[in-house]
Design a protein around this ligand. Sequence first.
Ligand code: HEC
Length: 472
Amino acid sequence: MNNILTTTIAIVMLGGSAVAQNFLVEPIVGYPDFGFMEEPGTGEGQYTGPVFVLSDQYPDSMPPLDPGVKDILSMDFRNNSINYAVAVRDYIFEGNIRGGDVERDFDLHLNSIGRDWYHAPWQHWGKLGREGYHGLTREGPLSKLVLDKTQTDSSYAYAVGFYNGPGGLTFGKVWPSADQGPDLSSLIAGEGFPEGTIVGKFLFTVLDGSQVNYLTNPLQWNAFMYNCDVPSSPAYLQCDTDTSRSTQKVNLLQMDIMIKDNRAVDAAGWVFGTFVYNGHLPEKHDYSAACEQYQGDGKKWCNLVPVGVMWGNDADNPIGFLNETPSVDSPTIINPLLKQTVINPSSALPAQHLGWASRLNGPADNPGSSCMSCHSTGQYPAVSPIMLTFNPSDMPQGPEPADAEWMRYFRNFKDGEAFDLGRAVSTDFSMQMLKSLQNYVEWRSQSQAGVYAVEYWTDGNVGPVTRGQVTK
Ligand code: HEC
């Protein structure tokens, strides 16, 4: 009887346009899904259609590893780095690309092979919080010229990340219920994320092929974003005074991956990789196999070309340089002295600035950092900033070796080890875990008009972990 009823409801609801908005995908109303969206309704300037639903029914026991994950954990990330990265990319694609309208891809609840993926809670909170089309948060700045020599406007990246089952387990331990605060016991015990955790993240920008050559033939999503980040808006660059938002088409720029792979002993058991979109590739190319089954725009996900992989910070190499403005005339610099970063030598890769001394970083990331430099600061409370400085002229650029204070940000880590040992609890390189804790404490202090002791552990010198600021 119950089943018949459920099926009837399913048919009725799936028949409408609001595929994602039904109690089949969200039987329990848990954490808020997003913070910013057009008003609901059918009137002028209103929206009725699928919206972002947070996947937050975290598992309470370790899910069995998918065969795809086992395969990845048996691949050699050091000597077969690029194939390893592509295997992870394609695992993330499975069941999440539905082959049709790309707007409906990565609705995690609708994974077509029944695989569970999870979002981090509490990213809706604050001015940079999730928007309602895809759960995109406002992330780091895209300064002029960092993406291409024809990039005359700056903007900000908007991004969404997600964790597979083993990653969801850790979120469930820290966040046992939407109705209660976090429980840090597992993190304090140094447990972190289990082997087999895989994390994916997509970064989008409103900048298009007219400024960033390789963003031609784009893969586009809707985003409800700040007008001050949109070059064609009268509010452009006025983030201090104009916090209005509107629906815009944004273009896929970058994909990030993180894999908890215990063989990565120098990086707390993590391997990081990144991809950049290249809209110039022919229909069939070195990285297109996984998408050949899809029609139309679904194929474009495979235009994400591997940039590289890293499994440590090359802590013993203190000679720095920056390549802030890559372009066809000033190509990617591959540093042959690095032993824990591999960069893809393929001509399919658009010119990249990479990170400090060409450690791995993506196009939307700061050229003076690296994936693992920044993520190693994942700890609560965040007693050290994510970077020592954001000012390029203060970053070591050889020939002298960088000093110990700088190299503190390019260390290697044991599993569970915090950036500031004894002063903070490691969130195991997860920045969204850190932000969930920070956002919750901020919300609860405000709503209960009180202060938590933990807020005094930071010496008052560290702000919220953010790469973007909207001051109003
Ligand atoms: C300067 C700091 C910084 C750098 C460099 C950086 N990240 Fe992140 N990353 C963050 C922050 C902060 C978040 C949380 C989302 C946000 O920005 O609000 C994040 C989120 C993520 C997530 C979602 C999972 C999570 O919670 O941590 C992934 C995956 C990720 N980054 C991968 C990468 C990869 C791969 C690179 C290098 C190509 C990279 N990041 C470089 C700061 C950084």
